[in-house]
Design a protein around this ligand. Structure first.
Ligand code: SF4
Length: 666
């Protein structure tokens, strides 16, 4: 048995350092290490049980080619050469007949860092001239809002929450999705910090909070605007900070003036005294940090809501002190290195298609129609909105579907060719945190089971088969890493840190102070409170679109993350059936008891599952977690069958929380 160091690249802000016990190439145990202060020696249950994922019955071990009808489950094992030849020849045929843009790569973060998220895959599809994919399941609206207001300025480091006197969690549940933030918050509270939670659920931290404000889903925008308005009206705005560091102050104030606390409280269906208390607490507290989560963006007003929440620390002058300001994603804002130089192929001008509209795209896109869907790091049959249509289209016999996957996902079940993929620990990975501001370079520490190959090995082979390799191309992981650092600003210094201890900090350190060490990267280095580009994109930034509920579909359905999964990753291990959580009042009104079989439906589709009565959920809101697989419900559909086709106001973001549904006993 030997112990090796690694890091967790899963889609989680914490980026834990790991100690992996290996026996004869097999992972035996994974624990947290202490190289980064946030991990502090412990990790979540998901990764403690990673061996169930790596060596479970659902692992794809060999290339497989479909022999029966789509989704029938009939396969034959193939060699890698045979499978690659088939994929390469079908791609060549489609290119010759319909043009390269008939091919759509479909991918997301998966469990990946830079090396496997899109190094040779990106080069392959760019050189092929395929359609481009706009990745909008998550963080699209928040990224647009943050960039519009602050450019790429880093936020408050999670470790620095320990210094805060007020911590505001808005649409985020760290107990499930960022567990290492919880002890930091607890330490801050022991030192006297107050905690405020905006969430329609009474989350574990909301239960312990000084204020819990259960805003109705989609109404965060009027709440944030009313708070801004009250800060100005009550003389709490930091005029000196705004004069020196902000632009469009008067315009923001004008737009916020449309919302009184009373009007916002009515729209959010909360007691106005909660908003009033929050205004005074926020104005009086420093350092005060706001952590908006991804729950805030998943609706028609999502981009504007995030922008308004991010405007608060500027209006109230909360920057410039340790533990004061906001934290959005710290992922791509802190590093001067990018894998672009190693990709060695510029982005193309081919059409860009929004991943959140996959069902519609597969039906309506013409000139050319999509004939090949190449899926990697993603499971759209379980995770894309409009699930009914997505599944219908994936079954199309004239759509060639290739899936490179670790386990037999719902999407793999509907493919023509399934290729076995390595999991992290089985390939080298370069990963930077998007909560903690650190980077790890993790070597492969375990032997891949069966014939699994990494994304780079797969796309390297396809580049060669299709004659797309050019002299000087970096082809191996080692060459890609070397080129990434060699050709990036500060790359040599970062590489030197990684070589010493496999952990690196960005050039400005791992917890810079906003407006002291770093500034907005807007052209004038100011925060832009009503950026013209966002105003145009949203057809009016901060303009509220009312709740889409109707008498027929009165309940707002949210689909937050499970603590046991990363979106649909690990879903094969879940044995509990799909459940819709309901408040006791909503359940009683429908004569529904805990565990009863129910149907949940709207114009988009229907899910047949069981009821779970949850007294921590506010009336009018129901919850079905994201990441469930088709096997979890009685009719093969999950919450994504109920998501409307509309998008958020910024970034092409999927509006998962705009589902309005009805529920009845089944
Ligand atoms: S999923 Fe998050 S908490 Fe769990 S090990 Fe990975 S980084 Fe740490």
């Amino acid at each position: 048995m030997e112990q090796r160091s690694s890091a967790c690249p899963l889609d989680c802000p914490d980026l834990c350092g790991l100690t992996v016990s290996i026996d004869n190439g097999k992972v035996i145990e994974v624990t947290g290490d202490r190289r980064g202060p946030l991990t502090d020696g412990f990790i979540c249950g998901k990764v403690r049980k990673i061996t169930d994922h790596l060596y479970g019955d659902d692992r794809v071990l060999h290339p497989m080619i479909r022999t029966g009808a789509k989704g029938e489950g009939k396969w034959r094992q193939a060699t890698w050469d045979e499978a690659l030849d088939l994929v390469a020849s079908r791609i060549s045929e489609i290119r010759a007949k319909s043009g390269s843009s008939a091919i759509l790569p479909y991918h997301y973060g998966g469990s990946n860092g830079w090396l496997t998220e899109g190094a040779l895959a990106t080069r392959f599809f760019r050189r092929l001239g395929s359609s481009n994919l706009d990745r909008t399941f998550c963080a699209a609206a928040t990224t647009a809002a943050t960039r519009g207001l602050y450019g790429v300025m880093p936020g408050v480091a999670l470790e620095d929450y320990a210094h805060a006197k007020l911590i505001v969690l808005w649409g985020v549940n760290p107990s499930a999705t960022s567990i290492h933030l919880v002890p930091v918050i607890e330490r801050a509270r022991e030192a006297g910090a107050k905690l405020v939670v905006f969430d329609p659920r009474r989350t574990p931290l909301a239960r312990r909070a000084d204020l819990h404000i259960p805003v109705r889903p989609g109404a965060d925008l009027p709440v944030a605007m009313a708070i801004i308005n009250a800060l100005f009206e009550r003389g709490h705005a930091d005029r000196a900070f705004l004069a020196e560091h902000a632009a469009e102050v008067d315009e923001l104030r004008k737009r916020a003036a449309a919302w009184s606390l009373e009007a916002a409280a009515r729209e959010a269906n909360v007691d106005v005294s909660l908003l009033d208390q929050f205004v005074e607490l926020y104005a009086a507290s420093s350092p005060a940090v706001i952590r908006p989560g991804w729950g805030l963006e998943r609706n028609r007003n999502g981009g504007s809501a995030v922008a308004a929440a991010l405007a608060l620390p500027a209006v109230a002058g909360k920057f410039g002190v340790r533990g004061g300001g906001f934290t959005m994603s710290n992922g791509d804002v802190n590093w001067t290195v990018t894998p672009e130089s190693a990709i060695a192929e510029p982005p193309t001008s081919q059409r860009t298609l929004n991943m959140s509209q996959l069902g519609k795209l597969l039906v309506e896109t013409t000139d050319p129609r999509i004939e090949c869907l190449f899926v990697y790091n993603c499971n759209p049959a379980a995770t894309a909105p409009d699930q009914r249509r997505v599944i219908e289209q994936l079954r199309r016999e004239d759509l060639f579907v290739v899936v490179h996957e670790q386990v037999w996902t719902d999407t793999a079940q509907l493919a023509d060719v399934v290729l076995p993929c390595t999991a992290f620990l089985e390939h080298r990975e370069l990963r930077r945190g998007y909560g903690t501001m650190r980077m790890f370079d993790s070597p492969a520490v375990a032997t891949p089971p069966g014939e699994a190959r990494s994304n780079n090995a797969l796309f390297g082979a396809l580049l060669e088969r299709l004659g797309l390799v050019r002299p000087g191309d970096a082809m191996t992981d080692d060459e890609l890493v070397a080129k990434t650092f060699a050709e990036s600003e500060h790359g040599a210094a970062l590489k030197a840190q990684l070589d010493k201890g496999t952990i690196a900090e960005p050039p400005h350190g791992s917890h810079p102070l906003a407006f002291v060490d770093t500034f907005p990267t807007t052209p004038d280095r100011k925060v832009h409170l009503v950026p013209e580009s966002l105003d145009r994109e949203a057809s009016g930034l901060y303009v509220y679109k009312p709740d889409p509920r109707t008498d027929e579909f009165p309940l707002a359905m949210i689909s937050p993350a499970l603590s046991t999964q990363i979106s649909s990753y690990f879903g094969q291990l879940r044995t509990a059936p799909a459940a819709l959580e309901m408040s006791p009042a909503d359940a009683a009104a429908r004569k529904i008891v805990n565990g009863a079989p129910i149907r949940v439906w709207n114009a988009q589709g229907e899910v047949r599952c069981i009821a779970k009565i949850n007294a921590d959920l506010r009336e009018g809101v129901v919850l079905m977690p994201k990441g469930l697989w088709r096997k979890h419900s009685r009719n093969g559909y999950t919450s994504n069958a109920l998501i409307p086709p509309g998008l958020a106001d910024l970034g092409g973001q999927a509006a998962y929380n705009d589902a309005r549904v009805q529920v009845a006993l089944d």
